[in-house]
Design a protein around this ligand. Sequence first.
Ligand code: SF4
Length: 180
Amino acid sequence: MNEDGVFLGWLAAAFVLVVLALVAWFWSRQVRADSGLPDGEIIYSDHGAWVPQSEPLYSAHYQLVGRPDYLVLENDGAIVPVEVKSGIAPAEPHEGHVLQLATYCLLVEEIHQIRPEYGILQYRDKAFAVTYTKELEEDLLHLLTEMRNDMVEEELDRDHEDWGRCEHCGFQEICSQRLA
Ligand code: SF4
């Protein structure tokens, strides 16, 4: 092969690499868009996508552990928890899912000293931005207190066999009796 042939070979190889890089870039953009993630830097991932899998969020003060699917650091310094659900979106987010998201907001504020203004519940076909209001925080703290009191009083048995109820419960991660 003469010099022109070698040069054309390298040029073709470089072109193929550029095309592959562009395809990968468009693909990752599409995956990110489908995930419902807002713009910003992903600083936590429970899946190992985009950033390595992160340690669970933990608060000694609340005795609480949580694993949001993602935390996104927006350009203005705000942190947005994102929880991805595989099911079709209900008309309104399930209460358990909202409380689960609120738990992540509480943990973010405790750990990062930044109070999230909202979190995102991304269902398969639709996303909801859930405002982390003081009322929602109070509901969550009230529920956590109730759960702790129950745990102190006795080891309570689950009082139902409803798999769906556990599936939509925001306390799956800390409940030893969950069905889902
Ligand atoms: S058993 Fe546990 S996971 Fe299921 S609904 Fe009750 S608290 Fe939630």
